[in-house]
Write a protein that binds this ligand. Structure first.
Ligand SMILES: [Zn+2]
Ligand SMILES: [Zn+2]
Ligand SMILES: [Zn+2]
Ligand SMILES: [Zn+2]
Length: 235
């Protein structure tokens, strides 16, 4: 705001409120404030952030840590304006503290990491027309499936933030799961449309070949409730 025309300054709070309403900017919560819900009067403008230092995969696929498969929101028409990504980032900034990792605050242009609880971090990033999300556990002994409810909640929050923003049906994007056997998440590789698992028990995958990606492996983290419904209906 400091470089804008003086006219804007007179209306700063109104402009700020409006931008917060649009989720263009978001109030930043520190760890303690994340708990008490008292925000600082401090703003983050996602499009002014710097790029994450490479290699990206140390953030998106940290080795030897229990983690969920990568959830991907793949935008139809292969089109995703950066502002679509800023929306879930802003929603996350309001919900959880930004994670400190490798001595830096992990809020970058196109990549953000949040501390969702004592042991779990949410990593979201985007490339081209795909938004990726993964939850990683910082404790090697933690059982990822003890926190299934958390994954459902995070997925719903991300999805809602995108749907609210585009004011369109969810057909604007497709929810996909990346092959759970993929060690390092690669952009736009081996993504499986989750809806397909409604009718298929398993889908062939070149990474896991001769094994395939089973419905259970694809859905048991982010889509556990839907998986339970499908399996109940099958009986
Ligand atoms: Zn403010
Ligand atoms: Zn922007
Ligand atoms: Zn590398
Ligand atoms: Zn696979």
């Amino acid at each position: 705001m400091k470089n804008s025309h003086p006219y804007i300054h007179e209306y700063q709070s109104a402009v700020t409120n409006y931008m917060e309403y649009l989720n263009v900017i978001a109030k930043h919560l520190t760890s303690e404030e994340g708990i008490t819900g008292i925000p600082l009067d401090f703003h983050i403008v996602p499009c002014l952030l710097s790029k994450a230092p490479p290699p990206l995969h140390i953030y998106t696929s940290p080795p030897d840590k229990p983690q969920t498969p990568v959830l991907a929101f793949v935008f139809c028409g292969k089109f995703l304006p950066p502002s679509f990504f800023h929306r879930p980032v802003a929603v996350c900034i309001r919900a959880w503290p930004i994670c400190q990792e490798r001595g830096q605050c992990c809020l970058f242009n196109g990549l953000a990491i949040f501390t969702v609880n004592d042991t779990y971090t949410l990593r979201i990033c985007y490339m081209d027309y795909i938004i990726y999300a993964r939850i990683v556990c910082c404790s090697e002994n933690e059982k990822v499936y003890n926190f299934i409810w958390l994954f459902q909640e995070v997925r719903r929050k991300l999805k809602k933030s995108l749907k609210d923003f585009v004011h369109l049906s969810s057909s604007v994007f497709e929810e996909c799961i990346q092959c759970p056997g993929m060690k390092v998440s690669l952009h736009n590789e081996w993504l499986f449309i989750v809806k397909q698992f409604k009718y298929k028990n398993a889908i062939a995958c070149p990474v896991c070949n001769p094994n395939s990606v089973t419905r259970s492996n694809a859905m048991k983290h982010w889509f556990k409730e839907r998986l339970d419904r499908i399996e109940t209906d099958d009986e």
